[in-house]
Design a protein around this ligand. Structure first.
Ligand SMILES: Nc1ncnc2c1ncn2[C@@H]1O[C@H](COP(=O)(O)OP(=O)(O)OP(=O)(O)O)[C@@H](O)[C@H]1O
Length: 239
């Protein structure tokens, strides 16, 4: 004969009992009540490093990402470079003098910094701590040299996304169209970009920002963030 052990209490017939009665009866039968705790704890705040060659569209992707995604804090980089037309101090960058920048370095206020094309750029630590503490995901925008340094500092605690154009030609066209470079600085940026695109292996993901397809690139970055937040083993921000 089959199992002869009796349930602790009778479970009413499905069609006769209300949902509440059924739940109570099953709980009684199991000897414990059903938990209302979330089955998965809230994911850790994610540190997202977005990098890529000059002119690939890092700013454009991040701007759009901030429009479509909540709970995201973009860390405003401090720089000693001149403001470009349309840029806003404190929104696009913190524009500071070289002297001010160097005193931030001395006070150990920057996670990393570098001299890029003759100008200093660095990531203020305070914003990361403050916003990650509030549960925000943090976006860092760095050039490839900066991404390399950050990988050394942060290891696998952050997700590293490498943005590329579909071809070298498209990247150069985009830089020319932006009209922010002199012929000389254009050549330096192109030469650097040629060398830099060979470093994709330092990154976790590569995203193509193709001409006229900014929205697709942003969607892919969003999917990466979603997938990262669904991971069983979460990255733990080290800061
Ligand atoms: N998918 C795209 N299609 C067409 N144009 C784009 C696309 N993405 C960005 N752009 C344009 O390309 C130019 C360069 O983009 P952006 O300034 O965002 O690059 P960046 O990577 O932030 O450059 P840098 O590192 O030099 O600051 C801008 O004029 C931007 O509007």
């Amino acid at each position: 004969m089959g199992n002869t052990s009796k349930p602790k209490s009778a479970i009413p017939q499905l069609e006769k009992a209300s949902k509440t009665e059924l739940l109570r009866a099953v709980e009684t039968s199991l000897g414990s009540s059903f938990s209302t705790d979330p089955i998965r704890p809230p994911p850790n705040p994610l540190l997202i490093v977005i990098s890529g060659p000059s002119g690939v569209g890092k700013d454009a992707v991040i701007k759009k990402l901030r429009e479509v995604r909540e709970n995201l804090h973009f860390v405003v980089t401090a720089t000693s470079r001149q403001m470009r037309p349309g840029e806003v101090d404190g929104k696009d960058y913190y524009f500071v003098s070289k002297e001010e920048f160097l005193s931030m370095v001395e006070r150990d206020e920057l996670l990393e910094y570098a001299l890029v094309y003759g100008d200093y750029k660095g990531i203020p630590k305070k914003q990361i701590k403050e916003f990650a503490g509030k549960g925000y995901d943090i976006v860092l925008r760095v050039d490839i040299q900066g991404a390399r340094t950050l990988r050394r500092i942060l290891g696998n605690s952050a997700v590293f996304i490498f943005l590329v154009a579909e071809t070298e030609l498209e990247l150069v066209k985009r830089l020319i169209d932006r009209k922010t470079e002199t012929a000389e600085s254009l050549l330096v940026r192109i030469a650097t970009a040629r060398e830099e695109v060979t470093h994709a292996e330092n990154f976790d993901y590569i995203v193509v920002n193709a001409e006229g397809k900014l929205d697709s690139a942003v969607k892919l970055v969003e999917s990466i963030i979603d997938a990262e937040k669904a991971k069983v083993r979460q990255r733990k921000p080290v800061l």
